[in-house]
Design a protein around this ligand. Structure first.
Ligand SMILES: Nc1ncnc2c1ncn2[C@@H]1O[C@H](COP(=O)(O)OP(=O)(O)O)[C@@H](O)[C@H]1O
Ligand SMILES: [Mg+2]
Length: 239
């Protein structure tokens, strides 16, 4: 194991492959809370990276900084070699819409819209015409085994089905990177397994890069590599 006292933070990087995301020297505080304390991380194209670590260690903050949801206080983030951390609010919002997909612990589907209408939303926001958006939504739902549920409202779906709709919504725009923050945290283990399997299978077929935060050690089995966040730093195995 690496010495904790090391002054130069190790760069956590994949063994091979074109780098999609590169973070260097990330620091981010909330008042007196130092959520990120110097993080260097690289993620390769098509890689599925699991981010583990205890509650409060800085995982969600790291994901938000990598995805341009919030800006770091120090350090930088590059997507395909272009800096994104210094972009303004509107440019980062656009980037999140066109380059990134998001899945959260509680799917955050709109309750009054059917599954397929939920999945069309990111396409409509990106300017795709409704007819095309519906076709693509139906295709993506079918790929996730949800063809029979496309017209149901979120309340008519099981927790696992709703999370798979959320995965469909995140993938429908064919994002460069899919970010998932504890996407199975609210599910029983069987449903969780199914969501993870469909997420990772679809991502591998499309060569979508995935950054997935999880408490579940089994998630690592679906990932190519695992990093651990502790007290705002990356530590431990990079297997
Ligand atoms: N918006 C915020 N305002 C204040 N403190 C925050 C905010 N977001 C995160 N924190 C704090 O930063 C630390 C890291 O939080 P977080 O990144 O959410 O951890 P994790 O996702 O690993 O549970 C925690 O101490 C948390 O309370
Ligand atoms: Mg979190």
């Amino acid at each position: 194991m690496r010495a904790e006292a090391s002054t130069v933070a190790p760069v956590h990087r994949p063994e091979t492959g074109e780098i999609v995301l590169r973070a260097q020297g990330l620091h981010r505080s909330f008042g007196l809370t130092r959520a990120l304390r110097g993080i260097d991380l690289e993620v390769a194209a098509g890689e599925i990276l699991a981010v583990m670590g205890p509650s409060g260690s800085g995982k969600s903050t790291l994901l938000h900084v990598l995805a341009g949801v919030i800006r770091p206080d120090q350090g930088q983030v590059e997507l395909d070699g272009r800096r994104i951390d210094d972009l303004g609010e509107a440019a980062r919002a656009r980037l999140r819409l066109t380059e990134f997909g998001f899945v959260f612990q509680f799917g955050q589907l709109l309750p009054d819209l059917s599954a397929r209408d939920n999945v069309t939303i990111p396409l409509l926001l990106a300017g795709v015409r409704r007819g095309n958006a519906l076709v693509r939504a139906d295709e993506t739902l079918a790929e996730l085994g949800l063809a029979d549920h496309a017209r149901k409202l979120p309340a008519q779906l099981s927790g696992g089905q709703a999370q798979r709709v959320a995965v469909a919504r995140a993938l429908v725009t064919e994002p460069r990177v899919l970010f998932a923050d504890e996407p199975t945290g609210s599910l029983d283990s069987l449903a969780a397994e199914k969501v993870l399997l469909s997420l990772t299978e679809r991502a591998r077929q499309r060569r979508t890069t995935v950054v997935i935060i999880t408490h579940d050690p089994r998630t690592a089995a679906y990932a190519d590599r695992e990093v651990v966040v502790r007290d705002g730093r990356l530590s431990g195995a990079t297997v």
